[in-house]
Design a protein around this ligand. Structure first.
Ligand SMILES: Cc1cc2nc3c(=O)[nH]c(=O)nc-3n(C[C@H](O)[C@H](O)[C@H](O)COP(=O)(O)O)c2cc1C
Length: 180
């Protein structure tokens, strides 16, 4: 199985990075690649629409070009973002805008058939419902590209500790296993 892990958090020892490292370990016997978006050099979509011609992907030559070949082959994409102001962080949003090239002019997907997208949102707030609108929004965006979507909110993730992420990891893994 080809697995791509996309982590948009800037904090290398934070909650998102905890999940990223654990999941990389979980899939170590598969073909797994991790991208730490905050350390990469790319911008949002420039809306040139060149990608809408046939099977072409994005024409912008930046470090997103390292990610596209992995995305087109992926069976499972795991995206992890912190909740910033009741949304994904800006780093994640710029990445998501660049997925515009993953559908053609008649909305045919360029992802692999039956590929899946598992989204993890780490947030400070203690109630999952705080992050639910973000999950619903992303579900509608991702399903537009024909990927199967599952969203998981991790509440109570504080900047001082990854204790809550550790506590929730088994439950998250169970959701992921059932989804995949
Ligand atoms: C700029 C900024 C905005 C934030 N906004 C929210 C928010 O709206 N809701 C929330 O629950 N947590 C918010 N947080 C807290 C983070 O979502 C939380 O600490 C998360 O675990 C960070 O992930 P990390 O540990 O991987 O960095 C915010 C943090 C920052 C830095």
């Amino acid at each position: 199985m080809n697995v791509v892990i996309i982590n948009s958090s800037p904090r290398e020892q934070g909650n998102c990075s905890f999940f990223s490292k654990q999941l990389q370990e979980k899939y170590k016997d598969d073909d797994v690649t991790v991208f730490n978006l905050y350390r990469m050099d790319y911008k949002g979509c420039m809306a040139c629409y060149a990608c809408k011609n046939g099977d072409a992907l994005c024409f912008v030559k930046d470090e997103m070009q390292e990610i596209y070949p992995k995305l087109v082959k992926a069976d499972l994409i795991i995206m992890i973002s912190p909740n910033y102001y009741k949304f994904v962080n800006g780093t994640a949003k710029e990445f998501l805008d660049r997925l515009f090239c993953m559908t053609d002019s008649v909305n045919r997907s360029k992802f692999k058939e039956n590929a899946k997208f598992f989204f993890i949102l780490c947030q400070g707030a203690g109630n999952r419902s705080h992050g639910e609108p973000v999950v619903q929004w992303l579900k509608s965006v991702i399903e537009h590209t024909n990927l199967k979507f599952y969203g998981y909110v991790v509440p109570g993730c504080l900047k001082e500790t990854t204790d809550m992420a550790k506590l929730k990891y088994d439950d998250l893994k169970m959701s992921l296993n059932m989804f995949v």
